[in-house]
Design a protein around this ligand. Structure first.
Ligand code: KG4
Ligand code: ZN
Length: 337
């Protein structure tokens, strides 16, 4: 099994990638963000229709960049859960059609498992360290997962309300910064004072998270500033920096505590929010102090991509897994019990 083609269409990125073993030969991602920006968030039917339009060109580009012909592909890996079902079905149908036409095996991959493997895409020759702890922080998920081995996970904690990326997106919308909000807040926060506003840090039991109270606190502060006609570039930067710091404090404190409680040597932070520059800096400092080895993928592997799906698929195929043609798509599918 030399070449694996990965397909990802769970949300608003149409992506395809070719791996040679564990090595990325190509990874193409066509983002729909500009399309959904007009609505301030992902519209499921529009996402599905865009995948239909974009998937074939993206597949073709992935093959071209890899220098691999379709006939050389040995197996297919496709995200079939969790995600927008209408969007997932586009990638799933394409994977089945290709597998059927070429009479090659395919596997369905849990999108979250893909994110888990994204931390190891840039080190194809290094052994993947187990156990390790993963913090998944994306637009749809905020989860702490203990990985004991390939395909063997324990879900330690999750968000009780909004995902971290969702909190970024909703706060950015409130501040009129557009969609997706994470990168915009990241930029604005660079010029702001993280201590300007004392936003709450939710105290949640166990290894869970909560961000909805913070979002409400920001809304109240924005309304107060607007009433005083004091919402300007300086206060906007301060709001972004203070909001971002509150999110980071909650994420970093709990994740490091979980790493220590489980005597974890390697921590990975993955998902779109892992691209946040302040998160990377502060998590690095915290891990350095705690003696924990930290891995964060480069930005293009933090956000949704098909290389991570192909790598998760690689290990499943290696273990002998094969999907049937009746494989379905699922909106919800937690990773680990
Ligand atoms: O992993 P991802 O591409 O898609 C999901 O599976 O959800 O994550 C997208 C999320 C969005 O909420 C976006 O605002 C956030 O990641 N994000 C960021 C940054 N870049 C992307 N959040 C904070 N800072 C960033 N630099
Ligand atoms: Zn994702």
């Amino acid at each position: 099994m030399r070449y694996i083609l990965g397909i990802e269409t769970s949300c608003d990125e149409t992506a395809a990638a070719v791996l040679e073993g564990r090595r990325v030969r190509s990874s193409i991602t066509a983002t729909q963000a500009p399309l959904h920006a007009q609505w301030g968030g992902v519209v499921p039917e529009a996402a599905a229709r865009q995948h239909v339009e974009r998937l074939n060109p993206v597949l073709q580009q992935a093959l071209e960049e890899a220098g691999v012909a379709l006939g050389q592909i040995d197996a297919f890996a496709v995200t079939n859960r969790p995600g927008l079902v209408g969007a997932l079905v586009v990638g799933l149908a394409a994977a089945k059609a290709l597998a059927f036409a070429l009479q090659k095996p395919f596997v369905g991959v849990n999108h979250l498992e893909g994110h888990l493997y994204s931390a190891f895409l840039t080190e194809p020759d290094a052994e993947i360290p187990f156990p390790h702890l993963t913090l998944i922080v994306s637009g749809g998920h905020t989860e702490l997962i203990l990985a004991h081995g390939h395909g063997d996970y324990t879900l330690l904690g999750h968000t009780l309300d909004d995902a971290a990326g969702e909190a970024f997106d909703k706060t950015a919308r409130l501040l009129g910064l557009g969609y997706p909000g994470g990168p915009a807040i990241d930029q604005w926060a660079r010029h702001g004072d993280p201590n300007a506003f004392a936003f709450p840090r939710a105290r949640v039991e166990g290894w869970h998270f909560s961000f909805s109270g913070l979002k409400t606190a920001v809304r109240r502060e924005v309304e107060r500033l607007q009433a005083q006609n004091a919402l300007n570039e300086t206060t906007l930067s301060d709001l972004c920096a203070s909001f971002q710091q509150a999110v980071l404090d909650m994420l970093i404190e709990k994740t490091l505590a979980a790493a220590q409680a489980h005597r974890i040597e390697t921590l990975t932070v993955v998902g779109g929010v892992a691209a946040n520059s302040a998160l990377q800096m502060q998590m690095r400092a915290a891990c350095h102090q705690a003696g924990v080895n930290l891995k964060i993928p480069p930005p293009h592997y933090c956000t949704d991509n098909a290389a991570m799906i192909a790598l998760a698929g690689y290990f499943r195929l290696l273990a002998g897994e094969r999907a049937d043609y009746d494989l379905d798509a699922y909106a919800n599918a937690p990773l680990g019990s």
